[in-house]
Design a protein around this ligand. Structure first.
Ligand code: UDX
Length: 436
């Protein structure tokens, strides 16, 4: 609620970029009662979105897009300048890919800011929603060339697969702006969420985003390293994590050992933060180690597969369950599964994979992988089964049928998802993560 107590009246908002972040942000802001115009640069994408066709797998997003279009609060146009003509707020939701040197590439953000500069309304607020390096608010101000337009940082904390839930039920809203009035105006957009809101300076807001992702990646690399210790000393990582998690200072969330972390954020953001620190004169040794442990984890999983195949993968067939970077998403970007598959193929393995998400077999990232339509078909005749993502349906597969169809009873369960005791009782050799 605003200070005067009435519900925030809908504002006019432009969203530049309709990817995972932009489309979710636009649909959710329309759901909150704002009028939202989303811009992209691909006509086919604008046309399909205008018909309510959502190209990404995000729980609840289809419904919100349909709701917004039906209510006349959500529309899609070609070109950023056509979206901003009446907008009081302009969200920049554009890619900030990792450059060759590890730093984030701001060119998309800068060119969008330059494009809208002549068209954006006086006193509008431009909002950096994408994850951008510290100091980007200043970069956008320069590219805009509009001293009468405010720029703030409002980082997103959306997880793929639960982005709608994360947007509508945030742990916090963070706003970084030099102009307190502009920051408060942005905060009011989220009034209905009644979430804790932190208003700070731009550099702190931008750093909160990177530090949060880097810490989460650290937590995962830590538990993966502890899993390696567990294997060496004969402990069970599941019990170790449970015992740790009771300590409220540690918590059990994000302590699931696995094949390593991936996706469109952690790898990009951890490399970017190392670069940001270095450029500012600090060598971030801890985060470098977190990245190194993650790379090691891919190798550890690949070695488990090779070991169960008898020490060599030459001429062997490996069944893989899951190619996306995690369950409940269709995203292959920086997928640990694909990194591990590449290592297996380098050692001569043939890969037959099943993934519940709807993948395009012609996607170059899936080259050399035989995609099949069923987990048991993937396992038929295989020398080893590798479970690389934690899709819930994998835990439902009939292990009796698996025992019948698999070529050799070997399972590397990189998500500790399957019933180890049941598999062992059926004569399988089982290798989990951190479970001797
Ligand atoms: C992450 C952050 O969680 C989110 O706040 C930020 O806005 C964007 O980046 P996302 O990349 O969608 O979200 O995925 P996330 O659920 O965080 O998982 C990242 C990687 O860590 C995945 O590869 C996942 O499999 C792995 N992971 C996660 C683990 O290995 N163990 C865990 O316990 C949790």
């Amino acid at each position: 609620m605003t200070e005067t107590g009435e519900a925030a009246v809908g504002s006019k908002i432009a969203i530049i970029g309709t990817g995972y972040v932009g489309l979710t942000t636009g649909a959710c802001l329309a759901h909150l009662g704002h009028t939202v115009v989303c811009a992209d640069v691909v006509q086919a994408k604008v046309d399909s979105l205008s018909k309510g066709e959502v190209p990404i797998l995000e729980a609840g997003l289809d419904e919100l897009v349909a709701e917004g279009i039906a209510a006349g609060r959500l529309s899609f146009v070609m070109g950023a300048k056509n979206a901003v003509t009446e907008a009081e707020f302009v969200y920049l939701c554009l890619p900030t890919p990792q450059g060759a040197d590890g730093a984030a590439d701001l060119s998309y953000i800068q060119s969008a800011a330059a494009e809208i500069g002549p068209h954006v309304l006086a006193d509008a607020v431009v909002i950096n929603k994408s994850t951008v390096p510290v100091g980007s608010v200043g970069e956008v101000e320069k590219a805009l060339g509009r001293p009468d337009v405010h720029v703030v940082s409002n980082p997103e904390f959306l997880r793929e697969g639960t982005a709608v839930q994360d947007f509508l039920h945030p742990d916090r809203v963070v706003i970084g702006g030099r102009d307190e009035g502009a920051a408060k105006r942005v905060g009011d957009l989220y009034a209905k969420l009644e979430a804790p809101t932190l208003v700070t300076d731009p550099a702190s807001a931008e750093t909160i985003k990177y530090a949060s992702n880097a810490f989460l990646a650290t937590k995962i690399s830590f538990v993966n390293a502890i899993a390696a210790v567990c294997e060496a000393v004969g402990a069970d990582v599941a019990d170790v994590v449970e015992g740790m998690g009771f300590d409220t200072r540690i918590g059990s969330a994000f302590l699931n050992p696995g094949p390593g972390w991936g996706g469109s954020c952690f790898p990009k953001d951890s490399h970017a933060l190392v670069r940001i620190a270095e450029n500012a004169g600090y060598t971030f040794g801890l985060l470098r180690a977190v990245v190194a442990v993650n790379e090691e984890q891919f190798g550890r999983v690949a070695n488990k597969v090779s070991r169960l195949a008898g020490g060599s993968l030459e001429g062997k067939t490996v069944a893989v369950w899951g190619v996306t970077f995690k369950a409940l998403t269709d995203d292959l970007r920086d997928s640990p599964a694909l990194n591990i598959i590449a290592r297996l193929r380098e050692q001569g393995a043939t890969i037959r994979a099943y993934d519940p998400s709807d993948q395009d077999p012609s996607d170059a990232r899936l080259a050399g992988i035989e995609l099949v339509a069923d987990p048991l078909e993937a396992a038929t005749g295989a020398d080893v089964l590798a479970v690389l993502t934690e899709w819930p349906e994998f835990a439902e597969v009939d292990l009796g049928r698996l025992a019948e169809v698999i070529g050799a009873k070997n399972v590397v369960d990189a998500r500790n998802l399957l019933d180890r005791d049941d598999l062992k009782a059926r004569g399988f050799t089982y290798e989990g993560i951190g479970r001797s």
